[in-house]
Design a protein around this ligand. Structure first.
Ligand SMILES: CC(=O)N[C@@H](Cc1ccc2ccccc2c1)C(=O)O
Ligand SMILES: [Mg+2]
Length: 367
């Protein structure tokens, strides 16, 4: 497919309520959007990098810069590209997986639109809707957390994930079990907040029958997670540590986790995400689709990915969990599920009137 040019769009959209995690509180979604312009169709990709490098080393301004200075020019130099070759063309640029994921998504969206094929069909998704899960930040009190969880359950959410951190872990989980019972699908996400020295404390979570304990230790502590997995009963899931199919293979080989949170943005794109899905499934490792408070642009691809066989309920939430008004047509919760888009490409596009209102700057990189 010929690329006429790539546009990098900067915008920002406030979250309905700040999300407090062990690494900080996030109140705004800084957006770096990529538009791939081709003779037959435009494609869009959303970069998941947050404003500050606190979840990982990537952050919005750096992603925009590496896209403008290195990734877009290198892709445009090639003239003809396909979505399946983007990762190889960009491989000489080290790292910057979230930026790479956004440009690959834009090319993939344009390519599938020109073919008239939906991303779900291209992937081989086997479901037309996926169960919705919600990720809930650290709250002021256990009582407030119970009320917030009750609210989401009333909306129909099928799985609850809460952020934990030292000082906010056993008590909140105990309260949710006391209030909602042992059958509530419940998981916790520490975002790297603990160390192996906390193993005995983390084992106190074992009595609550959690589905998983997500990323308890540091993102570079693969071996320590394998050690922790022998000391606690709750299944370990990895998020920040899994950067590629290769690191997923390391996690399998080292028995560092039993579950992987697949986040297309973190691993360099949806195609790598599918490779991780296939590898995990072949090794009996469960997978689910993580989220980064994406707009409907990223949400569309995530929902289609989550419709592949073997995905557990993940962080696939409705648009209104994050935004008063989503950049795209909103994803709505219907009987606790989100519908997989069926249109060509990702099946969604930015709404002009919303983009005009939230846009900051754009940069055009011509072929
Ligand atoms: C849904 C969820 O918990 N996602 C991340 C953490 C996270 C949460 C909220 C975010 C908001 C703006 C930018 C990045 C964000 C990352 C996680 O699983 O670890
Ligand atoms: Mg996580």
């Amino acid at each position: 497919m010929k690329l006429d040019g790539i546009e990098i769009v900067r915008a920002s959209i406030s979250l309905r309520d700040p999300i407090r995690t062990s690494f900080g509180s996030l109140a705004r979604r800084d957006l770096v959007l990529v538009r791939a312009v081709t003779p037959d169709a435009d494609g869009w990709g959303e970069c998941v990098a947050p404003t500050d490098p606190l979840y990982s080393s990537e952050y919005a301004d750096a992603a925009a810069t590496v896209l403008e200075r290195f990734l877009a020019p290198r892709l445009l130099e090639r003239g003809e590209v396909t979505a399946e070759t983007v990762a190889e063309v960009l491989h000489p640029i080290r790292g910057h997986r979230m930026a790479k994921a956004a440009i690959e998504a834009a090319v993939l969206d344009a390519q599938l639109r020109s073919w008239g094929v939906s991303f779900a069909d291209y992937l081989g998704a086997t479901r037309d809707r996926v169960p919705a899960g919600v990720s809930i930040g650290i709250r002021q009190s256990v009582g407030e957390l119970v009320d917030v969880v009750a609210g989401f359950l009333n909306e129909g959410y099928r799985r609850i994930k809460i952020k934990i951190a030292p000082g906010w872990d056993v008590e909140p989980v105990r309260a949710l079990r006391a209030e909602f019972g042992d059958d509530l699908p419940l998981q916790v996400d520490a975002n790297c907040a603990y160390t192996l020295a906390d193993a005995e404390h983390l084992a106190r979570l074992d009595e609550f029958g959690l589905q998983l304990l997500e990323q308890p230790l540091g993102e570079e502590q693969m071996r320590q997670h394998a050690e922790l997995a022998r000391l606690v009963r709750t299944p370990i899931a990895l998020d920040e540590t899994i950067l590629s199919a290769e690191s997923a293979a390391d996690a399998v080989g080292l028995k560092a986790c039993r579950i992987v949170n697949i986040k297309p943005g973190r691993v360099g794109g949806y195609l790598e995400g599918r490779r991780i899905h296939d590898l995990c499934r072949a090794n009996g490792i469960a997978v689910w689709c993580g989220g980064m408070a994406e707009t409907g642009l990223g949400r569309a691809g995530n929902v289609a990915l989550a419709a592949l066989p073997g995905f557990m309920p993940g962080d696939n939430s409705a648009s209104d969990r994050y935004f008063e008004q989503d950049l795209t047509e909103p994803f709505l919760l219907e009987d606790g599920h989100l519908k997989v888009p069926t249109g060509p490409g990702f099946g969604v596009a930015p709404r002009r009137e919303v983009l005009k209102r939230i846009i900051d700057t754009t940069a055009w990189i011509a072929a």
